[in-house]
Design a protein around this ligand. Sequence first.
Ligand code: MV4
Length: 505
Amino acid sequence: MSKPLFKKVLVANRGEIALRIMRSLRDLGIPSVAVYSDADSLSLHRKYANEAIRLPGRTSTDTYLNIPALIAAVRSSGADAVHPGYGFLSENSGFCAAVAQAGATFIGPSIEAMHLMGDKVEAKALMRKHKVPVVPGSEGALERWEDLQTVAHHIGYPLILKAAAGGGGRGMRIVRADSELKEAYETCRREALSYFGNDMVFTERYVNNPRHIEVQVLCDGKKGVHLFERDCSIQRRHQKLIEEAPSRFLDQEHRERLGEIAVRAALAAHYEGVGTVEFICESPDRAYFMEMNTRIQVEHPVTEMITGVDLIREQIIVAATQNLTLKQSDISIRGWSIETRINAEDPAQGFMPGPGQIQHLHLPAGPGLRIDTHIYPGYTIPAEYDSMVAKFISYGATREEAIQRMQRALSEFECEGIPTTAKFHEIVLKHPAFLSGEFDTGFIQTYQAELDQALKSSSPDPVYGPLLAATQAQLQCDRRTERENQVPLPSRWQEKARLDSTRKN
Ligand code: MV4
């Protein structure tokens, strides 16, 4: 056996992504360390890991965002690397620095690359320098409102104001006329300061209802490959709902061109690891760089399905070796993949989160289906964290087959005790605009009334009487045993992991 990549990796995250990361670690033969909050003491990620460390408290601030507590866990566990997942501290360069300070490897890009991409003005300037197409606008930050006026007179309306420290659609403002300029500018700066602690703003021409297309890249600082694109146009208020790969919008020529541009963008920042270069597209040959996300993303599985690459495995290998062995010619697309995000939210109530206990659960399965989730019958979804409870990822030889298999999955799914977005997805997946591929980021808004109506008139799910009764009986039994033991049941998984790591052949 060659030298192991890492001795032990601490996963600084929770939920489905923590579990997903630990699975790739297990495939690589690397023991994992979980951290868990008091709200997550019965979470699967805690049970799946080879070791688990409690982070006292329930809020994100006290636990998964608590850098000193996480660094203490790194030290006490002896982990030599940290995987941040997505969200939480995954794009926090201070956390990167603290991990390095503790003598461990941060599985992600360098502090410099992360910091650079976090500043949208700086990132855009670097892209211009490297001939990556950007939307016309201010060349740098707007120091005074008159600077905005100058740009407006140069390129016209509508314009969009954005915070340099923003991203993901937060802190943006559309300006449509001279009369709105001054107030929009002042409000945007004030909001930027309160949201991001930085009041720098910039502007660009506003592209109405663009497509959102992002390219997956994998780099080692010197070389890079792309793994084609994902179309994430189906979103609501900047929350993605459905993603797919590849995109109906690009032909092979534009696809390859966008991939090359994305690699150029990443290497301009000497990027290391997996990353996503986000574009908005007006037409296939008018794609503009928006921002680069310096983390593994929620929707990464659709790329894995069509390329056969385990992105998290590759991310870990690059972090350990600083060397990319995959070549562009090794990567090709086979088939089509779609992801629907199952959130504990009620689409009939404006997608209001509905945390609670899962009383009955039946997860779909079958050909062309992958489910990434951390939920199980009896699990209580805490109110403290985000509401995504599962990702359904379908695969087919064609887009039509991937859609059909997703429809099958959604119709098999049963979940009692919490609201979910599953029914809403079924309706979107039947919509002619979705089926034809003729949609953009305005889809949900454009068809809102129609989708709401379809939701109202859809028949309620039949409740599986016998199955439901059986699960509830099991739940009561579990609760009784738990009370008697005073502590959570020992995990069979954890025992198995211990056995695996001590067994001699
Ligand atoms: C834009 C835009 C139109 N014109 N920039 C939102 C997320 C952030 N990364 C960039 N965003 C946008 N920037 C210009 N110049 C429209 C959006 C936008 C959007 C982009 C991607 C996915 C969904 C979106 C929904 C609304 C607005």
